[in-house]
Design a protein around this ligand. Structure first.
Ligand SMILES: [Zn+2]
Length: 386
């Protein structure tokens, strides 16, 4: 019975779990202790866990409930890492503090609340012995705030072979954070220009790498950006240029390099973006040798079909629990969905707490988001796995 299941959601349990998670430092690179904590928690609920050591002391954790009948597979995902502590915190970021109906702590919004509410849901399924079809699985993955290594490892495991993924990222479906139906991708070009050194009084005997690089820089607006009906066009931004002497010398510089960020819209791929840059550089007839490298991280763009069952189920659950229609958007943030949907073609729903201050000092959630979020997760799971 769905009513019995919802009754088993326990906000005191969820809050105490969340506070414990905030007390564990899981700054990116340091996810081991939180994974161990989650393993203990899930095993105490009776769930078997798999620890997947993505890098030494940086494990993903996976676990699942199997339904009574064959059916679809729904996966709830959270990243266990947080960003480092930024300046200006008014409280200890690792000490959960409640003030004016808000819970403060590093990672509370991005995204320990999503994980805590997911475990609240799993616990309710177990305690009410709720009968469903298919599989309901969970992962805590490392490295979302850096290179997405945890998401990539999940995608290659059995736990990545699912019909839809719910990411507990702080997208609440309101004006502040509409639900993404698609996200742009990005690459970082590294362009290395090799010229020829010569005495700078006789530049005609050399090839000036800095000036050759300058020609590329001045022509970047000729890159060919695809126009997408929902996203519009991608863009570029030069992040860094380097070249010339370290210690003053009258020498034609023989080496220069630059790094350029490029946003990709669906329809553009990492490969098409490399081709485009190549074409531009070829057209300039430079004397220098130019190498185009792509530096990590790189992310494919994706767009999801709003008619996919996960969005249909979500839309009606949101209306039931929140009493209004959710808002949607096509956005340019990067999340692990760029890997799950962009590389794995798995429909991805982002749904988490209300966000005002992720990636900033004094990160918090409003405490009253725990209950509706836990309810929505639970109803999404029951309705999707009927
Ligand atoms: Zn996040």
């Amino acid at each position: 019975m769905q009513a019995e299941l919802l009754k088993k959601l326990d906000m005191d349990y969820t809050l105490s779990l969340l506070k414990d998670m905030i007390r564990i430092n899981s700054i990116v690179g340091n996810e081991g202790e939180l994974a161990e904590f989650l393993r203990n928690e899930l095993e105490a609920l009776g769930m078997k866990c798999i620890i997947d050591e993505v890098e030494p002391s940086r494990p993903n954790i996976y676990s699942k409930l199997i339904g009574e009948k064959i059916g679809k597979k729904l996966h709830f995902n959270g990243h266990t890492d947080t960003i480092p502590v930024v300046h200006g915190w008014e409280t200890d970021p690792f000490d959960p503090v409640i003030k004016n109906g808000k819970l403060f702590g590093l990672g509370v919004c991005d995204m320990k609340t999503g994980i805590a509410c997911t475990i609240n849901m799993l616990r309710a399924f177990i305690e009410s012995d709720y009968s469903f079809s298919g599989e309901l699985s969970f992962s805590g993955v490392i490295d979302e705030e850096a290179f997405g290594k945890g998401a990539k490892a999940l995608l290659t495991s059995d736990y990545g072979k699912v019909d839809a993924i719910v990411l507990g990222e702080p997208y609440s479906g309101d004006e502040l954070k509409p639900i993404p139906l698609g996200i742009t991708g990005k690459i970082l070009y590294e362009i290395i220009v090799k010229g020829k050194a010569a005495h700078a009084f006789r530049p005609q005997y050399g090839i000036n790498a800095v000036e050759e690089l300058g020609k590329i820089l001045a022509n970047l607006d000729r890159l060919n950006f695809l126009e997408h009906p929902d996203f519009g066009k991608g863009n570029y931004s030069t992040l860094k240029i380097e070249g010339g002497y370290d210690i003053y010398s009258v020498v034609v510089p023989d080496l220069a390099r630059m790094e350029i960020n490029r946003l990709l819209v669906p329809g553009e791929t990492v490969e098409s973006a490399i081709k485009d840059m190549n074409k531009l550089i070829q057209s300039l007839n430079l004397l220098a040798d130019v190498t185009i490298n792509i530096k990590p991280p790189r992310y494919e763009a994706y767009v999801n079909d709003r008619k996919d069952p996960i969005f249909q189920v979500f839309d009606s659950v949101y209306r039931t629990v929140m009493g209004k229609a959710p808002l949607y958007e096509y956005t340019s943030g990067i999340t692990d969905a760029n890997i799950f949907a962009g590389e794995g073609n798995i429909p991805c729903l982002h749904l988490g707490p209300h966000q005002e201050v992720a990636h900033q000092k004094n990160e918090y959630i409003p405490l009253n988001c725990l209950e509706p979020l836990s309810k929505m997760y639970t109803l999404i799971a029951t309705n999707y796995l009927m």
